[in-house]
Design a protein around this ligand. Structure first.
Ligand SMILES: O=C(O)CCC(=O)C(=O)O
Ligand SMILES: [Fe+2]
Length: 220
């Protein structure tokens, strides 16, 4: 892995260098909204790398969990796979995300894979932890709350599986290799409820993504 050669622009809590770096990458679009900082880059990963990562997810997947259960057992019905950072395919993915975003890998949680079969979804949620939540200290006492989310669609389900940001009425369609990156904070660093999003039900086929979340302080 060439992590040593990266420009490391911090945790993302100070969003400015990350925004500037992302905006300078080829093919990156910034979604126009005063409420939410969201970038999209189509064709970020080539199909071959996506397929290799899907294979790694399939090898380890298990039912997904949520941090603050709200009593709705159907809230997040997908499967999750923790990827092995020592695997060269995963290392390549890590490097590509770091190079594209400028987010310092030291602040990143390990990459997770998610798989959604027909009818599975992740209902409206924010990726940051609610400071009033019962388990806030357990999840955030060491590394702090989440800053940025980076997500890549690894394939294209035949129908459904879009990601919907309700507050800005933006729906992103899954496409093989498409990257999404958003700041879970407002420019002043406060948690941004306008990041609320819904991984919508897959209607036909299967959907695979990877997600990587960043924290205020170094991870682990
Ligand atoms: O599957 C999606 O489109 C969204 C996934 C998501 O929001 C998450 O894993 O936190
Ligand atoms: Fe999410």
């Amino acid at each position: 892995m060439q992590l040593d050669n990266l420009r490391r622009l911090g945790s993302g809590l100070d969003a400015e260098p990350i925004v500037a770096h992302l905006a300078g990458q080829p093919g990156v679009q910034k979604v126009p909204s005063p409420k939410l900082t969201l970038f999209i880059r189509r064709g970020f990963l080539e199909p071959e790398l996506c397929a290799a990562v899907i294979g790694r997810i399939d090898a380890v997947r298990r039912p997904s969990t949520i941090a603050d259960p709200n009593g709705d057992a159907a809230y997040r019905t997908s499967e999750t796979g923790d990827l092995d950072a020592a695997d060269p395919v995963v290392a390549e993915l890590e490097w590509r995300i770091a190079a594209a975003t400028g987010l310092d890998p030291a602040y990143g949680e390990p990459i997770q894979g998610q798989r959604y079969a027909v009818g599975q979804e992740f209902k409206n949620h924010t990726d940051y932890f609610e400071p009033t939540g019962a388990d806030y200290d357990r999840y955030c006492s060491v590394a702090g709350n989440r800053t940025w989310t980076v997500m890549v669609y690894l394939n294209e389900p035949e129908a459904g599986g879009a990601t919907r940001f309700k507050a800005i009425e933006k729906t992103v369609q899954p496409e093989t290799g498409k990257l999404l990156a958003w700041n879970n904070r407002r420019p002043d660093g406060s948690l941004n409820p306008a990041t609320l999003h819904h991984g919508m039900k897959v209607r036909a086929g299967v959907k695979y993504i990877v997600t990587k979340w960043y924290r205020e302080r170094p991870w682990g």
